[in-house]
Design a protein around this ligand. Sequence first.
Ligand code: UDP
Length: 376
Amino acid sequence: MLMNAGPWLSVPPPGYGGIENVIATLVPELRRLGVRVVLASVGSSTLPVDEQISVFADGQFAALQRPYNQVCGIAQAHLAGVVRELHSRDDVDLVHDHVEAVGLATLAAMGPAGPPTLHTLHWDLAKHPALYGSLDGGDRVRVNGVSASQLARAPLALREHSVGHVHLSTPLAVDADRRPRPDKGEHLLILGRINPGKGQDVGARLAHRVGIPLVLAGPVGPYHRPADLAAAGDEARQNPDVRFFLDEVAPHVDGDLVRWVGTVAGQERDDLLASARASLFPLRWEEPGGTAVVESLALGTPVVATARGCLPELIEHGRTGLLTTDEEELGDLVLAAELLDPDECRRVAAQRFTPAVMAQRYVELYERVRQSASAP
Ligand code: UDP
């Protein structure tokens, strides 16, 4: 099969990178199950695969800040390379595509010349119905969501082509017994892109209200370190996430009770997450998949969140986290979260969110896609 990761980041990603993390988690499991994987990515990807193809040498993430037509141009250049490859060989029996809208449209446009295709939806699409027009790839092209709630909100054209949803997973989800219980610190953590939908401003105000330290980890637009953002000057304000950070979040970042540490990766990220008293998701958007949510559980950190998007599917209220529909209630829930058992969070993650569980589910969906493509 051909796994189309797209041109934005290497696989695995250097730090931030939800989609690329999914692929880096899924591919080794598929290969363990005997699936031969050709990865379409950028040249700098290091994920072990059976074969790799690329158009761009390095990830084009910074270009995502450019006007939308230029962003599409980069995606299309990558897809043109993929289509050339598919036309030139007959050993690819299925494509698993992850390139938003452009990937699906391009592969659908191949018509019967293209292999059966499963396109994974990674975003909240309710606000962007125009991104996906009607699908004319017939039964050859199918989509899956990363949660039931994401699919329920997707445009009809997509839901009609859906074969179901597959929750995200994390390699951090292993038996609780196989990891020492981490020492808990005092801090709350919000791990993710700094963005109005993720609600870091709500979290920062909450931290001051309840007097609990809060660490914000994640990039602000293209800026991964506070020093890079400071050096960028006024030009950085062209990015909406930078404006959100500077106007709504930064006034509450005092470097003491509330800190922004930039993007964290590897062991530093895991330690920060495992030692947090709770992970906070004061969401204002319908979180489609929530990788950081399952990572938090896997590391034994209960989740306190607004009950939006996939959160009610991933979190068992009162067992692995606390959910509310009332933003004002989050402060009380943060205080109550210490009653939740970290080992219970890890046990649930080790049952529900392992890479093996995700890969098994994808193998089932691949079969469904192949069957519907070959149906008369
Ligand atoms: N992430 C990271 N370092 C950061 C911020 C985020 O490694 O500083 C990772 C996080 O652990 C998760 C991914 O980036 O694996 C974000 O995926 P998620 O589905 O939570 O959010 P998205 O940004 O895709 O909406």
